[in-house]
Design a protein around this ligand. Structure first.
Ligand code: FES
Ligand code: FES
Length: 162
């Protein structure tokens, strides 16, 4: 076993101190070491988008990052989108309203990427939403409802209802 490295990061608002092998993928660290299994692994080479998380507010593929690279960072996974009381985020609510998931395997990654988009640009146009969703492979092929859900969140923000 190679030498372990101490890392300290925040995951979903909680401080995490851990020791990891340098080659430990961030996706595996989240799923296996922290039991945050909502981050899914599909392709393991950056293509499918299922493993997407927020690192310092930016959507990244956790299968393309090592856990040691997250040292000092703020990480948000799908488990961190809802409030402590279980209240869904506006985007999660709209996904539910629009039936924007089928099997749900790709959904955590899509929710994270669209959350990153909406945080950076609260009322994005459809072309921008489509561009973000295009980075995710949904084998159930239900993209239209996801786009409608993201647009609805933008509409809520624009009308002050968020
Ligand atoms: S598992 Fe990371 S992009 Fe597919
Ligand atoms: S909802 Fe099944 S893969 Fe997207």
């Amino acid at each position: 076993m190679s030498e372990l490295h101490a890392i300290a990061l925040a995951v979903n608002g909680r401080k995490v101190d851990a020791k990891v092998e340098p080659r430990r993928l961030l996706a595996d660290f989240l799923r296996r070491d922290l039991d945050l299994t909502g981050t899914h692994i599909g392709c393991e080479h950056g293509v499918c988008g299922a493993c997407t998380i927020l690192v310092d507010g930016v959507p990244v593929r956790s299968c393309l990052m090592f856990a040691v690279q997250a040292d000092g960072c703020e990480v948000v996974t799908i488990e961190g989108l809802a409030g402590e009381d279980g209240r869904l985020s506006p985007l999660q609510q709209e996904f539910r309203e629009h039936h924007a998931l089928q099997c749900g395997f790709c959904t955590p990654g899509v929710l994270i990427s669209l959350t990153g988009l909406l945080d950076a640009s609260p009322d994005p146009d459809e072309a921008t939403i489509r561009d973000v969703v295009s980075g995710h492979i949904c084998r159930c092929t239900g993209y239209q409802a996801m786009i409608a859900a993201a647009r609805a969140v933008g509409g809520r923000v624009a009308s002050g209802r968020s």
